[in-house]
Design a protein around this ligand. Structure first.
Ligand SMILES: Nc1nc2c(ncn2[C@@H]2O[C@H](COP(=O)(O)OP(=O)(O)OP(=O)(O)O)[C@@H](O)[C@H]2O)c(=O)[nH]1
Ligand SMILES: [Mg+2]
Length: 277
């Protein structure tokens, strides 16, 4: 990490929450309830293989991991149960309410042993639409379920997937984990991988006030505005033949210009601004 790296969520200690809230979403049969059970470490939610949805209403349960409460919400596939658009909107509001408005992670269950279809993409887009705020993508993690049925390395597989799935992964900032119902995907490993993402996604918004890059950008804008005003006043004084104030303002303008050049020079040495949030 370069020495001049600024305050980021990685470089400052942020207090860990007492509770993690996780919402599991996705198409029916993709293993949402099984995933919830694996995180909970017990068979809390019913799972099933039928074409109709097994989970028809949002349900939640809690467990404890390393002294922290983990609240997990298992959701129905809103497109596979009779719901009009208003009911879909209300259903997703209920999920958000149960997650106390913003979950720490939204896990999208996607099977990695079958092709990702346009229909599945539409389900994802509907949930994203009704969720309705930018937190959705910031908290999104794709969980590839049925990992026990995949024999190719997933990294290889992902290079050849359809544009729709690539777009979902892009929304999720390329955050994904693999889950499968066998010993290879042990439950502690699953939670630890998710926790790594959860900590990375945590946004200490109060730190924004201390962001030196933002401060510097504001300084630059102020200097530019100041310089424009000084030059304009200088031109007016010269036009009415008042040389003394024009010279004073000219000196002022030079100081402004030097300060601005200093800001720009140090910025270009450092490269482009890092996107921090
Ligand atoms: N082999 C294998 N089977 C799985 C996996 N995950 C889920 N299943 C099976 O797939 C079926 C559907 O799983 P569920 O967890 O009920 O799926 P769901 O997404 O909750 O489905 P709905 O509640 O209907 O929306 C069940 O029979 C599970 O045992 C997995 O990773 N590997
Ligand atoms: Mg279910």
């Amino acid at each position: 990490m370069p020495r001049e790296t600024y305050f980021t969520m990685e470089t400052l200690d942020t207090p860990e929450p007492d509770e993690y809230r996780v919402v599991v979403i996705g198409k029916t049969g993709n293993g949402k309830s099984s995933l919830c059970n694996a995180i909970l470490g017990r068979d809390e939610f019913e799972t099933g293989r039928s074409m109709a949805s097994t989970t028809v209403r949002v349900q939640h349960a809690t467990t404890e991991k390393n002294g922290k409460v983990v609240k997990i919400l298992d959701t129905p596939d809103i497109t596979n149960i009779e719901m009009n658009s208003q009911e879909k909107e209300e259903e997703i509001s209920k999920w958000k309410e149960l997650a106390s408005s913003s979950p720490d992670a939204i896990l999208l269950a996607v099977r990695c042993d079958v092709r990702y279809t346009a229909e599945e993409y539409d389900i994802y887009r509907q949930i994203k639409f009704y969720w309705g705020d930018e937190e959705f993508c910031k908290r999104l993690v794709v969980v590839f379920t049925f990992g026990d049925r995949q024999d190719r390395p997933l990294d290889e597989e992902l290079k050849t997937v359809c544009p729709e799935l690539k777009s979902v992964l892009k929304d999720a900032g390329n955050r994904y984990v693999v889950f499968g119902q066998n010993d290879r995907y042990n439950k502690a490993g699953l939670w630890n991988s998710l926790l790594g993402y959860i900590k990375g996604m945590a946004k200490p918004s109060h730190l924004l006030a201390y962001d030196p890059l933002l401060w510097k950008r504001s300084l630059e804008v102020t200097l530019v505005i100041h310089l424009i005003l000084v030059v304009l006043s200088c031109v007016i004084f010269i036009a009415v033949s008042m040389t003394d104030p024009a010279i004073a303002l000219g000196v002022f303008g030079c100081v402004d210009a030097f300060a601005l050049a200093g800001c720009r020079y140090s910025k270009s040495k450092r490269g482009t601004y890092r996107k921090m949030f």
